[in-house]
Design a protein around this ligand. Structure first.
Ligand code: DI6
Ligand code: FE
Length: 405
């Protein structure tokens, strides 16, 4: 027996490796894990002798035909926030629009007030419930944005809570600084002044404290202009931080092309994305992150240009956008379901969207696929076929989850 080595054999699984831009299915497959890393993947009848189930130092997990996939990746969330906006939901159902509520000082700014007022522990406790829900759904990696602090102290507070979630729970957290989410009251009518403050103060502070893995901007008529976005991108680039963008959610700002110009990891939302932006994203390898929860919750009617993204070969990811205003939905498998029902993605595309392409949208090359050398982030499902996750909703068929083995 090899002392200190953790060796696991997953046998008789239907393995979805997510390789070759398909599900990469192995009907009767095996996966060997050693020291948290995937060491071997293949068909049961090709399993090398020294990893046969009889080997003495192996923990054997007989999957009995169940579906083994990479752990899920939720690559776009705003999971840490204070308060809730159920009152605005009611106002909207009485006829007020999302934009009108925002203009009256509600919307994102309502959550900013509640987030600033909340202690770090209170934010942690509220976010904990959401993280636990994702874990129960098979998620092993989640991105968490700031953007409800909008001051140096409060943005860093949100990011510290995000980091703490990653140390206290068996889930990997990638953080994104989204200080350019809305204009804080301190800079009312001075968007350029706030962008200066982000570039000169908030971004360097977050980078210095190693609290940001990436930088994001809300580029929109009700957010920041492309020119302001570009200033934030330049500041991020100077600090060696990758960028992503809330782009083309409500109008076409050329955001897809802009983020591609900075070799951005992803452009997210994209209902109003142009062909020029699609071409630029294809060139740069920028992932298209679709957020069907926000589309559904805001009753958006314009569909993202799926056929054009597909034709251009842009990798498509799907995420929850979990946030209190436009997508209070903490459920990644539901997003795969809605990706198919609302956006007419295929189940294969939806699965790639919540695994391989989600990881790519975070710049991660060691998770999201079942491939030798990658981390053993795995999920086991009581499903005959992968399409079941996209087709059915309401039953949790997760029967096992391994976070790095
Ligand atoms: N787009 C969104 O859908 C969220 N942020 C963004 O830039 C909405 C955030 C909120 O309403 O609290
Ligand atoms: Fe978002």
């Amino acid at each position: 027996m090899t002392v200190g080595k953790l060796r696991q054999l997953f046998c008789h699984a239907q393995v979805a490796t997510m390789t070759d831009n398909s599900l990469g299915l192995i009907a009767d497959g095996a996966v060997v894990v050693e020291d948290h890393i995937i060491r071997w993947v293949g068909a049961m009848d090709a399993l090398p002798d020294h990893w046969q189930p009889s080997a003495s130092d192996l923990e054997v997990i007989d999957c009995q035909g169940a579906l083994l996939t990479p752990g899920l990746v939720d690559c776009h969330t705003h999971l840490v926030w204070g308060g809730d906006r159920a009152d605005e939901f009611q106002q909207r159902l009485h006829g007020a629009s999302y934009a009108a509520i925002a203009a009256a000082g509600g919307g994102i700014l309502a959550t900013v007030r509640a987030t600033r007022a909340a202690s770090e522990d209170a934010l942690f406790e509220a976010a904990k419930l959401r993280v636990e829900a994702l874990i129960a759904q098979g998620v092993t990696c989640v991105e968490i944005k700031s953007g409800y602090g909008l001051s140096e102290a409060d943005e860093l507070k949100q990011l510290r809570v995000a980091r703490r979630l990653g140390t206290e729970f068996p889930i990997r957290v990638k953080t994104t600084l989204l200080a350019a989410h809305a204009l804080p009251p301190e800079y009312k009518n001075d968007a350029d002044g706030y962008i200066d403050h982000i570039c000169q103060v908030i971004l360097p502070a977050a980078a210095n404290a190693q609290l940001a893995d990436a930088v994001d901007v809300f580029c929109e008529e009700i957010g920041f202009t492309p020119a302001q976005t570009e200033r934030v991108f330049q500041a991020a680039q100077a600090l060696n931080l990758p960028v992503k963008l809330h782009a083309e959610q409500l109008s076409d700002q050329g955001g897809g092309a802009l983020v591609a110009k900075y070799q951005g990891l992803s452009a997210d939302h994209l209902e109003y994305l142009s062909q020029a932006s699609i071409d630029a994203m294809a060139q740069a390898g920028t992932v298209a992150v679709l957020l069907p929860g926000a589309f559904y919750f805001l009753r958006e009617t314009k569909l993202p240009p799926i056929a054009q993204l597909r034709a251009a070969g842009v990798p498509i990811a799907i995420a929850t956008d979990a946030n209190p205003g436009s997508s209070p939905i903490i459920h990644l498998p539901l997003m795969a379901h809605m990706g198919c029902t609302l956006f007419q993605l295929t189940p294969e595309e939806a699965w790639l969207g919540i695994t391989r392409h989600g990881a790519q949208a975070l710049g991660l090359q060691d998770t999201g696929m079942i491939v030798e050398g990658m981390r053993a982030d795995l999920a086991l499902w009581d499903m005959q076929t992968p399409a079941t996750l996209c087709y059915e909703f309401g039953v949790n068929r997760l029967i096992g989850r391994w976070f790095a083995g």
